[in-house]
Design a binder for this molecule. Structure first.
Ligand SMILES: Nc1ncnc2c1ncn2[C@@H]1O[C@H](COP(=O)(O)OP(=O)(O)O)[C@@H](O)[C@H]1O
Ligand SMILES: [Mg+2]
Length: 377
């Protein structure tokens, strides 16, 4: 068996589930195939309802757990069908699952991802590694972000400071100074809030290239009120999710502001992301390279605002390193699955605040015995 892994990721934007096929047999991970399968509206609504909290939660939880896993299985089948490989060629699927609750600061911290690994393993015949976040929580960490170790493996430079910025539903940074431990955390909201406002005001799921935002005007008073969110003032380590930065927070902040055009609110939300990210980066270093990952890398307006606030930083996309921005997170979960199989740590304590670096996740067998799965190829 070779070193082919599949990575599956769906982030807080809940736009689509992304899958990649990655070959780890060489020095550098090689992305062989990728596929994105949008969430059908009915499943997306169910996930959003569950993520928001409410009645009949346990019934809904059980149902969505299976629905999401079936979607991942379909995604895997379609991904493999686009390649010369079959399930037998794949060592493990590293599956993040879909987060429905993330409470790293609760009295007894917890995080919950759905997408039943048993269903996924049964339907694909491939072993599934999942539940990557909870071990880090158990070790006293935030359980997030988990991509920095992968960012380090792919983007770090021996002489230059590199920051990898993931513009997903939430924005998170990985700061890589030469010769120093990697740092990183969730800086605050990104696409999640942009998408929510865009859908609310225009009926479109996202603002293509940020063109609609660019047609508005940044409002200083609203911006100041948004930037006052306590999460943005809190010191790292920290992580956040839909709970803290949803539409209800935006609506309550809008209340008491002068009436604004909807596109100006969108422009101001972009500015909120750009400033919260830029401030976090400037606190780490005066200059360096900024590698853009995640769907927000395609929001031209947002990227232009980032460059405006970071004039001394050289911006590029992860595609300059061979991985398109859309696939970085899914590749990270393929890589985390490999770390688990190789009994290597996947978390970075300087990022999550955990007591130690841990081997992350659990494994659900596929057709192949676990013994041969763990045997070196
Ligand atoms: N061409 C584009 N123009 C503007 N925004 C885009 C574009 N492509 C993707 N996005 C944004 O990226 C989001 C998806 O990003 P993704 O990295 O998948 O986030 P997550 O990891 O939270 O699922 C979309 O919901 C949208 O906001
Ligand atoms: Mg996504």
């Amino acid at each position: 068996m070779g070193e082919l892994y599949i990575g599956i990721m769906s982030g807080t934007s809940i736009d689509a589930a992304d899958a990649v096929l990655v070959d780890f047999s060489h020095n550098k991970p090689e992305l062989l195939a990728h596929l994105s399968l949008p969430w059908p509206a009915a499943i997306r609504t169910k996930i959003l309802t569950l993520a928001a909290g409410g009645s009949e939660e346990i019934e809904a939880f059980g149902d969505v757990d299976i629905l999401v896993a079936r979607h991942f299985a379909e995604l895997t089948a379609q991904l493999l069908a686009s390649t010369p490989y079959t399930a037998d060629d794949i060592r493990v699927i590293g599956c993040h699952g879909q987060t429905i609750r993330h409470r790293p600061n609760a009295t007894r911290p917890f995080t919950i991802q759905v997408g039943d690994p048993n269903t996924l393993a049964e339907k694909t015949g491939i072993a599934v590694a999942c539940d990557f976040r909870r071990r880090d929580l158990a070790a006293g960490g935030q359980g997030a972000p988990l991509v920095p170790a992968f960012h380090q493996a792919v983007f770090a430079h021996p002489q230059q400071t590199v920051v990898a910025l993931n513009l997903g539903g939430i924005a998170n940074i990985s700061v890589m100074h030469p010769g120093k431990p990697i740092r990183g955390y969730d800086t605050g909201p990104a696409n999640m809030l942009l998408d929510a406002w865009c859908l609310n005001a225009t009926g479109q799921h996202y603002d293509e290239n940020g063109d609609w935002a660019a047609s508005g005007e940044i409002n200083d008073s609203l911006l100041k009120a948004l930037l006052a969110h306590p999460y943005l003032q809190r010191p790292a380590p920290k992580s956040t999710g839909r709970e803290e930065f949803g539409l209800s927070w935006l609506n309550s902040t809008l209340y008491g502001q002068a009436a604004l055009e909807a596109n100006s609110i969108q422009a101001t939300l972009c500015e909120l992301t750009a400033i919260s990210v830029a401030e976090a980066i400037k606190a780490e270093a005066a200059c360096g390279q900024l590698v853009l990952c995640g769907g927000g890398a395609f929001n031209g307006y947002l990227v232009s605002r980032l460059q405006y606030h970071l004039p001394t930083w050289q911006l590029c996309r992860s595609s300059d390193y061979g991985i398109d921005p859309q696939w970085v997170e899914a590749c990270a979960f393929a890589w985390l699955a490999k770390q688990l199989i190789d009994h290597q740590a996947g978390s970075v304590p300087t990022v999550t605040g955990a007591d130690r670096a841990c081997v992350l996740g659990g494994i659900y067998p596929g057709k192949v015995s676990l013994k041969s799965l763990f045997a070196k190829s």
